[in-house]
Design a protein. Sequence first.
Length: 172
Amino acid sequence: MGIGQNLGPMVLDLIAGARRLKMAVRGWVAEEHLRAALANVPGVTHCERLDDDGGPDLRVGYRSGPLLTVECKNVARETDRFGNPKIDFQRTRAAKSDPCSRYYGPTEFDIVAACLHAVTTRWDFRFALPRELPAHKICHGRIASNVRVDGQWLVDAREMFNRVYADKGVSV
């Protein structure tokens, strides 16, 4: 038996036992499912994963419009008292000189995609405009860290793309 043959179970055990690593893997898996889902949307002309530290997760082209950026976030397993999924909407770390850098600004990406897998066990996504998410109470110009995925979030990615382009004054 070769040295790599038992590596699979060991890696899975390692991931299962490391909370931050497990969260990172869940995030990557959600991003890949989102990329695959958006690549199959009629009218999508470009769809790629990005791997820039602190940057958006995907770049998407729709019809003749300019490329859009998408940030993908997993919802928590627990919903709020109304059954709405929740997102812990913040970065893992902040710069020591600026604690507010942990929170996203509404202009850092064009679309937020919420992955509902933790609640639905299906690779379902909902979409929102970052500027429509609640503002952080202390860090001016930042998005709140606790965001609810409620009825205002869109199911149809095409509808979201059209809203973003309309906001930008772009006709597609």
